[in-house]
Design a protein around this ligand. Structure first.
Ligand SMILES: Cc1cc2nc3c(=O)[nH]c(=O)nc-3n(C[C@H](O)[C@H](O)[C@H](O)COP(=O)(O)O)c2cc1C
Length: 158
């Protein structure tokens, strides 16, 4: 099973979750590549595509919200998941799942993963699993147990 995980992260928390998901997948013998959305990875030979991003303003990070993250001490990439999705229109031709990081799970927290699902639904691509992982504040760290939960979620995808 060839897994490509494409992520965006400003403070490193989404990247930490991505590593934990990858551990769960590798424990089940999957081959996992993690790439930053800004690096524009291609989809050749991918069986499972995992898309992950931090939740900004209830949805996907934008240039403005990345700038705000930078002002709060983050290392914001020049482009991210929203731009990667724009640059890769159409059906990726493999199973797709999505995850995000959030500071809470209430309605007003929103979800970047939900935004990914919505954008893909517009082009008739289904997201078959979606999960949010909790950080304790804008900068993090991850809430207790979230890395373990991410590892288990990764393993559950196979
Ligand atoms: C500009 C900005 C807007 C944010 N908006 C939300 C939000 O609407 N809901 C939420 O739960 N968290 C929000 N957050 C907190 C982020 O979800 C948190 O910084 C992120 O999960 C950390 O992941 P990262 O370390 O990968 O960047 C926001 C953070 C920033 C910088």
């Amino acid at each position: 099973m060839n897994v490509l995980m494409i992520t965006e992260s400003c403070f490193g928390n989404t990247s930490r979750i991505a590593e934990a998901i990858a551990s769960g997948l590798r424990a089940r013998n999957a081959t996992v590549t993690i790439a930053a959305a800004a690096s524009g990875p291609a989809l050749d030979g991918v069986d499972l595509l995992i898309l992950g991003a931090p939740t900004h303003n209830m949805g996907l990070p934008s240039p403005a919200s990345r700038r705000q993250a930078g002002e709060k001490g983050g290392q914001a990439p020049a482009t991210g998941m929203a731009e990667w999705l724009e640059a890769h229109p159409g059906d990726p031709g493999c199973r797709v799942v999505a995850f995000d990081t959030v500071t809470g799970t209430g309605f007003f927290n929103g979800s970047a993963a939900k935004a990914i699902e919505k954008r893909l639904r517009r082009r008739s691509v289904s997201v078959t699993a979606r999960e949010s992982f909790l950080v304790t504040s804008t900068q993090g760290p991850l809430a207790d147990g979230e890395a373990d939960r991410a590892e288990q979620w990764g393993a559950s995808l196979l």
